[in-house]
Write a new protein. Structure first.
Length: 530
């Protein structure tokens, strides 16, 4: 074969491989850049929230789609980007890795690991913006998600699929409630996602240490956008967190997600909007700031069985200024959520922890998210504490009090001590029911106020191996027989327990005969009843 034949064969092979499809990359050029915002011309077909790639390798997200240019929020370094720098479309919206590979990891809002444990091997990417599940795909919230915090589980129960706001001033224990709730999910087959927005690096590191100390990182993912990060990362952080949670929900799993906190999220969005020259509204927030949080929180729900039966329970946190819950962002989020836990600064400073204000706190799901045993024992608790709070305010005037008022105040003071709870020590639901039984049956009236915390620990330890508790674990509810059995057990426990308090006058609170435990009398009473 001569040279001309070789060239002929090569040309024919090239012609056969030729494709008539035109390939092109849509490129634009930077008009101006500064303060984390780049204005780009030439990207006429770009999508909202689409990623774009700059010459220096940094990514940006298209947020403002104008007729002549695109407002791009920088997601990386932008100091070496200049006018006329080339910008390329990626034709993909902002997406993050999802799946079980993220369990136990700390990631940034782009899903990249920042915990030093190496790359995340997840191959599945999901867009961070998604329409929330529709009404017909959901079912009602009627399964409890116990926090392990007695005051919450008894008076403001949280159910799977609920959105319960934690609101209060700075340093009132909001994050502590969220952490305790995560710790309490150990062994309950619930995934947890903690989204840190605008927090210090040291705070996130301390959180990770706390969760590791309680083996809670085994089922938890932390998404961290710290105070030093650019506003765009703080803006997308909660959407990244809920996208990770949705993957597990779609597989029928239950997920708990914490947004700490949405006040800083709104501030980050306000910063971006003002830099993009969007018109400001109330408190300089843009007009769509309500939609910012509603489209986020509506993604938390409980799906029906036809759609997998999974759930996302959201605990957003909002920081108030001087207890003002009528400010713009607090009122917005209150109107979206299914209730709120209001943290009172006065209670916190007085040593009442958790400092949950009874008057302004509410759960719109109510007792449908409680096991029956807790529901039976906690029915009148909120009313008793409301009466105590009202009478306590009047008693400050120093006027003479009648015996009934003194009784209410003494009981209320003991109840407040009963619902005090140390940090990172959540209670089991059955133990909560037993403590609530002691409150309802007035067994706490014999306990000195300064001994209440010790009494709770000893009572839980005493009942741990009793038949009464075993029956309650099985039935999850009290019946007449079980109530009588618990009364006798408490009398038996208290009669020996109180004797250990030296120089303590029991008769001040009731007859000593009430505490005497007699098996023969109990047996005789049952025979008479028959």
């Amino acid at each position: 074969m001569n040279n001309s034949d070789k060239f002929s064969t090569t040309i024919k092979a090239r012609i056969n491989k030729y494709s008539s499809k035109a390939t092109f990359e849509e490129e634009g050029k930077v008009i101006s850049v500064g303060d984390g915002i780049a204005y780009v011309s030439g990207l006429t077909n770009i999508m909202l929230n689409e990623l774009v790639l700059f010459e220096n390798g940094s990514y940006g997200m298209a947020l403002n789609l104008e007729s002549d240019f695109v407002g791009v929020v920088m997601l990386g370094e932008y100091k070496n980007i200049t006018e006329d720098s080339v910008v390329k479309r990626t034709k993909t919206v902002v997406s993050v890795p999802v799946g079980d590979e993220l369990v136990g990891r700390i990631v940034d809002p782009l899903g990249q690991p920042i915990d030093g444990k190496g790359k995340i091997s997840s191959k599945k990417l999901m867009p961070i913006e998604k329409i929330a599940p529709g009404v017909m795909t959901r079912q009602s919230v009627d399964q409890p998600l116990p926090t392990g915090i007695l005051s919450i589980d008894s008076m403001f129960p949280i159910g799977k699929g609920q959105r319960e706001l934690i609101i209060g001033d700075r340093q009132t224990g909001k994050t502590t409630i969220a952490i305790d709730t995560i710790i309490n999910q150990k062994g309950k087959n619930i995934y947890c996602v903690y989204v840190a927005i605008g927090q210090k690096n040291s705070s996130v590191a301390q959180l990770a240490r706390t969760l590791n100390a309680h083996d809670a990182m085994e089922y938890t993912t932390i998404v961290s956008a710290t105070a030093s990060d650019i506003p765009a990362l703080k803006y997308i952080a909660p959407y990244t967190g809920v996208t990770i949670a949705e993957e597990w929900m779609s597989k029928g799993k239950d997920v708990l997600i914490i947004y700490d906190d949405l006040s800083k999220h709104a501030v980050a969005y306000r910063t971006i909007s003002l830099l993009l020259r969007r018109p400001p509204g109330r408190e300089a927030y843009p007009g769509d700031v309500f939609y910012l949080h509603s489209r986020l929180l509506e993604r938390a729900c409980r799906l029906n069985k036809e759609n997998g039966g999974g759930s996302i329970t959201a605990l957003p946190i909002i920081e108030t200024q001087a207890g003002d819950i009528s400010a713009y962002i607090p009122t917005n989020v209150i109107s979206i959520t299914d209730g709120q836990l209001f943290m009172e600064t006065g209670m916190f400073n007085a040593g009442q922890r958790p400092a949950i204000g009874i008057g302004l706190s509410v759960s719109r799901v109510g007792s449908s998210a409680q096991i029956k045993a807790v529901k039976q024992m906690a029915g009148t608790l909120k009313l008793e504490l409301a009466q105590y709070s009202e009478l306590n305010a009047f008693s400050q005037f120093g006027s003479d009090l009648d015996n009934e008022t003194k009784r209410v105040l003494e009981h209320g003071e003991r109840v407040m001590q009963m619902i005090k709870q140390p940090q990172n020590q959540p209670y089991d639901q059955i133990d909560e029911a037993i403590l609530l039984f002691a409150i309802k049956e007035r067994f706490i009236k014999w306990i000195p106020i300064d001994k209440i915390e010790l009494f709770k620990q000893d009572a839980i330890a005493y009942f741990k191996n009793t038949n009464a508790r075993a029956k309650l674990v099985k039935t999850q509810a009290f019946d007449d027989t079980l109530i009588e059995e618990f009364r006798n057990e408490f009398k038996k426990f208290l009669s020996s327990y109180i004797s250990s308090f030296s120089n303590y006058d029991v008769s001040k609170y009731g007859s000593k005969e009430e505490l005497k435990y007699s098996a023969s009398k109990t047996k005789q009473a049952k025979t008479t009843k028959k």
